[in-house]
Design a protein around this ligand. Structure first.
Ligand code: 9MR
Length: 337
């Protein structure tokens, strides 16, 4: 993948702790062969990296930074400010002043540690509702709407040599996209640097919104920003809503888990078509799209095996559970052959 698209955009994967620690040599070899960009799936999130007021745990994050540097891969830090997977202590801070101190220290400490060592940060993740208004997160409640501008301002000071991005899901959908555009314009109007916008790209087989995605690439580019697809996967199992709000869940039911013993060829073929159409669009806009990151390496690793229903067998990525390339992988590569 990385060689095939080397003149167009970086190809990334999200890595979990086992992958960062190189516990499986076959997995490590596949990561090195296919990808030139990495994102930590969890280890730079607040609850892991900042477990208590003055305690930081950089153990696994530092290993990832070293792994990326050694292999000359572009590392995207994920993520400085997100309402989910926030350290429990931070939720319990009552006073606005103390919360602001937490917010400032968190960004300064982490962003400055990795300045110049990582390529980019998802400075703020998922600050918007589906209708484009601001999500009522603890950050909004305590700090008011300008917390997003403040987060970028602090990141800019602490990490002058790192690109700064806003990241969200469904921000290709018109209402949320408009909210995203307004948010970006506010950051720019405040004279604060923002370099790019991440469209996560958690989509469903047969329903990839190509038209909205293309309109969004063009709209974000018109603001002078780089566009990246940051958490791409195309799931195949039934569910009754769109997006990736981790608070939304569905009850367990065998009818919702139809492919435990294998997935029909026609579903894999549809998924291959979807990935192919998406990458064709990315290639058309290669002057605007700088990175495409898959949210994991193989189907066995995917968060979609446990969300929105626990314990399912999902097939959203380009490699299967034995690390064998799927039809979708071949379809994507065939675009350049
Ligand atoms: O893949 C991540 C999974 O391991 C975690 O349990 C989950 C918890 O919130 O977060 C997943 O990653 C999310 C990402 O950080 C932000 N966008 C949505 C992703 C899928 O939930």
């Amino acid at each position: 993948m990385k060689n095939t698209f080397k003149n167009e955009f970086k190809i990334g994967a999200a890595l979990n702790t086992a992958q960062i620690e190189e516990r499986d040599s076959k997995m490590t070899a596949l990561i090195m062969q296919q990808f030139n960009a990495l994102t930590p799936e969890n280890v730079m999130k607040s609850e892991v990296i900042h477990p208590a007021w003055d305690t930081y745990d950089f153990t696994v994050a530092d290993k990832l930074v070293a792994f990326a540097q050694k292999n000359k891969m572009e590392l995207n830090g994920h993520t400085l400010i997100w309402h989910s997977q926030l350290s429990p202590f931070a939720r319990k801070i009552n006073s606005v002043d103390s919360f602001r101190t937490f917010f400032t220290n968190h960004i300064k400490t982490i962003a400055s540690r990795y300045d110049g060592k990582i390529f980019s940060w998802d400075v703020v993740n998922e600050a918007l509702n589906e209708d484009g208004t601001m999500r009522k997160s603890v950050f909004l409640e305590k700090l008011g709407e300008d917390y997003v501008i403040e987060a970028f301002r602090l990141a800019q000071q602490a990490a002058p040599n790192t690109e700064l991005y806003y990241n969200d899901y469904n921000n290709e959908q018109p209402a949320k996209r408009n909210g995203c555009i307004q948010l970006i314009k506010k950051i720019q109007a405040a004279g604060v640097r923002i370099d790019g916008v991440g469209i996560q790209g958690h989509w469903h087989v047969g329903k990839v919104p190509l038209k909205e995605i293309e309109e969004s690439i063009e709209a974000y580019d018109a603001l002078g920003l780089k566009v990246m697809f940051t958490e791409l996967d195309i799931e195949v199992l039934p569910r009754n809503f769109q997006g990736a709000d981790v608070n939304q869940r569905m009850a367990t039911d065998p009818s919702l888990n139809p492919y435990v013993n294998g997935i029909p060829a026609n579903v894999l073929a549809q998924q291959a078509k979807d990935y192919e159409n998406l990458f064709r669009l990315f290639l058309k806009h290669k002057d605007k799209v700088t990175r495409v990151t898959l949210w994991g390496v193989d189907d066995g690793q995917s968060w979609l095996n446990d969300w929105p229903v626990r314990g399912r067998t999902n097939y959203p990525l380009l490699f299967d559970r034995t690390l064998t390339p799927k039809p979708a992988f071949e379809a994507v590569l065939s675009l350049k052959n």
